[in-house]
Write a protein that binds this ligand. Structure first.
Ligand code: C5P
Length: 228
């Protein structure tokens, strides 16, 4: 399409999944491929925005024409997105961020101990990056979060989303159901976009078409917030 409704806008998108190192060769990670976030970055670029993509361990090629910031851990993602978000018109937090990281990173490879029958890992909480942005002053910046839930029941899925929107201080939340066969690494997606007013839109289709439908909800709100 020839929509240029994000011309003059500065957009920040996080994509992928963080990895939290245990030792020089191992990490705790998740199954996020980065496809949905990359599609949002590409769609925003196509609609005229200047896009900063904070990319965490993408399994897909990063799009051209974006300012790329590669990160791996949640703390690195926090530093990159916090810097990029200052003065941005829109921040979309599509990355899957680890809630916990190992309390200590071993300098050398963790070895089996003779005779042991298990290993206990101690984890500490990572900061909630979106909540950090949402609860700090961010005048003129629209904040969009994602919520990947394994909850099958639609009403309960939406209730979880509404709670999360409130808790994180985000303006919009894109809720999708994920599981062993849904969501991650696939080319298609099914989402519900919610705001403080409730359900704003539902989108089903390729991750690129879902990206454009999210931006269709976002664009008029950016105009309300401030002129480009
Ligand atoms: O709480 P939950 O992980 O379901 O929230 C998902 C949303 O919050 C996503 O937008 C994700 O990028 C963001 N998030 C974050 N920092 C975390 C965990 C999630 O910014 N530590």
């Amino acid at each position: 399409s020839a929509r240029r409704d994000l011309a003059g806008r500065r957009v920040v998108v996080t994509a992928g999944g963080t990895r939290e190192p245990l030792d020089p060769v191992r990490f705790l990670g998740n199954r996020s491929s980065g496809k949905q976030g990359v599609a949002i970055a590409e769609a925003a670029r196509a609609r005229g925005a200047h896009v900063t993509l904070v990319a965490a361990n993408l399994e897909v090629a990063s799009p051209g024409g974006c300012d790329l910031r590669e990160v791996s851990t949640a703390l690195e993602l926090q530093a990159a997105v916090t810097e990029a978000a200052a003065g941005a018109d829109l921040v979309v937090m599509a990355a899957a961020v680890a809630d916990y990281r190992p309390a200590a990173v071993s300098e050398s490879k963790i070895k089996k101990q003779p005779g042991d029958d298990g290993l206990t890992l101690e984890l500490v909480r990572n900061p909630d990056i979106l909540a950090g942005l949402g609860h700090a002053p961010h005048d003129g910046t629209l904040l969009v979060g994602f919520a990947a839930e394994t909850e099958a029941d639609d009403d309960r899925l939406l209730a979880l989303g509404a709670g999360k929107l409130e808790a994180k201080g985000a303006d919009l939340l894109v809720v999708n159901r994920v599981g062993w066969t849904e969501g991650f690494a696939r080319d298609d997606n099914r989402v519900v976009i919610i705001g403080n007013e409730g359900v704003l839109a539902r989108a089903v289709g390729s991750k690129m078409s879902v990206a454009h439908e999210i931006l269709d909800v976002v664009a008029p709100r950016l105009r309300e917030l401030r002129a480009p």
